[in-house]
Design a protein around this ligand. Structure first.
Ligand SMILES: Cc1ncc(COP(=O)(O)O)c(C=O)c1O
Length: 387
């Protein structure tokens, strides 16, 4: 999910006219800073850390990610294939529902396959066994303990479809299962994880002897400055000692936190009770979480006093509005601007509704100032999805 305020970091000094518009610009130095923190946590806690591709799958950075992390977690066939093709280490796949037609290929690509229900596990276990592949099998549980504030982003909310309710879990359901998985946090600190474990540990304790690993999913904002990393490492070391299990974390956002911007350009200006700026960034096409979450992305160099504009995209959607932003000087067509913290959950969610072009993708090194456009899109990308 995208909700954070955003820290401009080195982008404060980035010349926005160096890239085409619109364009995601990712700072590899910031990514490496995050990866180093995650590696330190892995080493200090004894846990394995997998990068969640759903949040950030800019695979031109796969060699860098693989240098620090233990592998990737995938949400299904395509991410598993991307993980196997581009990244090193383990591929752990979780999907809320596997399709029989795809399962063989998922089997060939994954080291770990995590099921959302004992029923799916029982359906596919014979295929796993007959494949001859050494697959570790997991079951996702729903702890039925909520720490989330937004129901849409809370897989432990009442009536959730994600994870098997822990209150219904029976020891025999773990036949053929090597590990348990849970994912219930979203942009959270260590304390909600600690409280969640305390809530479910009494129920799980009788079953832990049947498994060898436990995966705490994502949603841990480990690379945020105020995250209690010592608390997390102590907690994981204690659990490892007490249970003898291996532990996994699957951060997504934390890999790319504050490491990328989305550069846009002013196309036209007008007024209708408020100042309006039509821009080449569309909320619905390029930052869908603005509407879905919803949230207001932070603007690079926004000022408290100046001229305020309502920024909206070029699409036909009346609600394709990013928000009201104040600029130091009145805008003119052609002016550049940028939204902060757009590397995660924006690049992976773009679409071409209305034929709106996809943003280019650029890689910047804020230490050396080297800049490379790693991907540009054109009409063929729009047409290729249609028939
Ligand atoms: C199963 C699972 N693992 C990991 C993640 C990554 O979460 P985040 O990007 O919040 O760290 C998610 C996000 O939805 C998820 O569903």
């Amino acid at each position: 999910m995208q909700t954070q305020a955003g820290d401009p970091g080195a982008f404060r000094h980035f010349d926005l006219t160096r890239v085409p518009s619109p364009c995601f610009v990712v700072d590899e130095v910031a990514i490496e800073r995050n990866l180093r923190i995650l590696r330190n946590v892995a080493d200090a806690s004894g846990a394995q850390v997998l990068a969640a591709l759903k949040a950030f799958s800019m695979f031109s950075l796969a060699p860098l990610v693989s240098r620090y992390l233990d592998g990737v977690c995938a949400s299904g066939l395509y991410e598993a294939q991307l993980g196997r093709e581009e990244y090193g280490g383990e591929v752990a796949t979780f999907c809320a529902g596997y399709k029989p037609q795809e399962f063989d290929r998922i089997l060939g690509l994954s080291d770990t396959i995590i099921f959302n229900s004992p029923a799916q596990k029982d359906r596919f276990l014979p295929q796993i066994r007959s494949s001859g592949r050494k697959i570790s099998v997991g079951l996702r549980i729903n702890p039925e303990h909520s720490e989330g504030e937004v129901v849409k982003y809370d897989p432990a909310a009442p009536c959730s479809r994600l994870g098997f309710p822990v209150s219904q879990l029976r020891p025999e359901m773990l036949d053929g299962v090597d590990g348990l998985h849970m994912h219930t946090l979203c942009e959270q600190g260590f304390e909600p994880l600690d409280r969640t474990w305390s809530a479910i540990a009494p129920r799980l304790e009788p079953m832990l002897a049947r498994i060898t690993w436990f995966n705490f999913g994502g949603g841990h904002h480990i690379t945020r400055a105020d995250y209690d990393r010592d608390g997390l490492c102590t907690f994981l070391r204690r659990l490892k000692r007490d249970t003898g299990l291996h532990f996994y974390l699957e951060p997504g956002e934390a890999v790319a936190l504050d490491a990328g911007i989305l550069v846009g350009e002013v196309l036209d200006l007008g007024s209708n009770d408020v100042n309006i700026a039509i821009v080449d960034i569309s909320a619905t096409c390029h930052m869908p979480d603005v509407i879905e979450a919803p949230y207001r992305p932070a603007l690079l160099n926004e000022v408290a006093q100046g001229t305020t504009y309502r920024l909206g995209g070029p699409s036909c959607l009346a609600g394709d509005v990013i928000g009201d932003y104040t600029f130091a000087k009145p805008l003119t067509p052609g002016d550049r601007f940028a939204f902060l913290d757009q590397a995660h959950y924006s690049m992976v969610k773009t679409n071409t509704f209305n034929g709106v072009p996809l943003p280019s993708i650029a890689l910047w090194n804020s230490d050396s100032d080297a800049l490379k456009i790693v991907k540009s899109f054109d009409y063929a990308d729009f047409k290729g999805r249609l028939s």
